[in-house]
Design a protein around this ligand. Sequence first.
Ligand code: NAP
Ligand code: GLV
Length: 337
Amino acid sequence: MTCKEAAPRSGLGLASSHMKVVLTHALPDDAALRVDRLGDVCSWTGAGPMPRGALVEAMADADGLLCTLVDTIDGDLLDLAPGLKVVSTFSVGLDHIDLAACAARSVAVGHTPDVLTETTADTAFALLLAAARRLREGIDYVRDGRWQEWDPDLLLGRDVHSTRLGIVGMGRIGTAIARRGVAFGMTVGYWSRTAKPEAEASLGAQRLALDELLETSDHVVVACALTDDTRHIIDARALDSMKSSATLVNIGRGPLVDTDALVRALGSGSIFAAGLDVTEPEPLPADHPLLSLSNCTVIPHLGSSTVETRSAMAHLAVDNLAAGLLGEPLPRPADVG
Ligand code: NAP
Ligand code: GLV
C-alpha cells in the first residue's frame, strides 16, 4: 500500500488537504491525478484485490473511500472510520455495499450508472451471439487443426435474428440490450418489478411473468441487480422451464444464476448454451466444471471493459468522491432507500 500527502491544490472546488482518501485500486492516470489533489491518499498498489486486512488498516481516520465491486463495504468497516463522509464505487452495481449501514452512519454512496450502459449491453450481445452461434467451439476447431472441409452440418448454432429475446431486469442495461435485439429483428419480452411503458412504446417490448418469459424466449439475458430477492432467480426450475434450444446470458451478477443447476442444464442439453460475463464464484477457478462444457462461453467480468468506458467510470467515481468530501450532493448517488 502506498500513502502520500495531498498534491498542491490548484483549482476551485477541491477538498481540504487534511482529508484522507483510501483507494482500493489504482485508477487511470488522469483520474488518479485528480484524486491526489483531494487529500492524503492511501492507495492499494499490491497485486490482486486489496486484502481485507490492508483495507481495515487503511480505513482509520479515512474521510473518503473509492472502492470497486470486489470490496465488501459493511458496517464493521464503516465503524473503523467514524469520520467517513463518502463511499464512491467504481461500478454501477451496489451489492457489495451495505447501503443501510451507510445510511445509518450518514455516509453518502456514489456509483457509476449510465456511462457504462451501452458498453455493457454490447458485451451482453457479444456473449449472446457467441453462445448461440458456437463461436468458442469454432475458434477451438480451427486452432486445433480440425478444419478440413466446408461441412453443411458443422457446428450448427441457433439463430439470433428474428427470434424472441427475454430480458430479466429491464433497467438501463436491460433496455439497452433490448434495443440491440430490436435492431436484430427480435421481439422483446421482459420481466421487471416495474412496468416500462417507454420501452413498450418505443421497442414493442412486452412485460411478462417470469415463468412465461422463460418458457417462450429463444434467448434469455439476465441483467438485473443482485439483491436478496433476485439471488438464484435463475435456478434449476427456471432452467428446466426454458426451451432446449435456448441460450442464457448472464451480464448482471454471478449469484443471479444457480451455478450447479446451470452446469447440469448445459451438460444434459436441457438448454442449448450459455454466455457468462459474471459467475459464482468469481474469479472462476480454471478447473471449474463450467469451463469443461463446450456450450458455455465464459469471460472474466469484462462488461464495461473498454478504454473509453473505464475512463468515464473513473472520472465519475472521482466526481462522486470529491462531492462527498465537500459535503455536496453527489452527481450520481446510490438510492439508499
Ligand atoms: P438499473 O437500471 O438500476 O437496473 C436494475 C434492474 O434490476 C432493474 O430492472 C430492477 O428492476 C432490477 N431490480 C433491482 N432490485 C430488484 C429487486 N429487489 N427485485 C427484482 N428486480 C430488481 O441498473 P443497470 O445500470 O441496468 O445495471 C444492472 C446490473 O447490471 C447492476 O446492478 C450490476 O450488477 C450489473 N452490471 C454488470 C456489469 C458487468 O460488467 N457485467 C456492468 C454493469 C452492471 P426494476 O426495473 O423493476 O426497477
Ligand atoms: C460492473 O459489474 C458494475 O457493476 O459496474
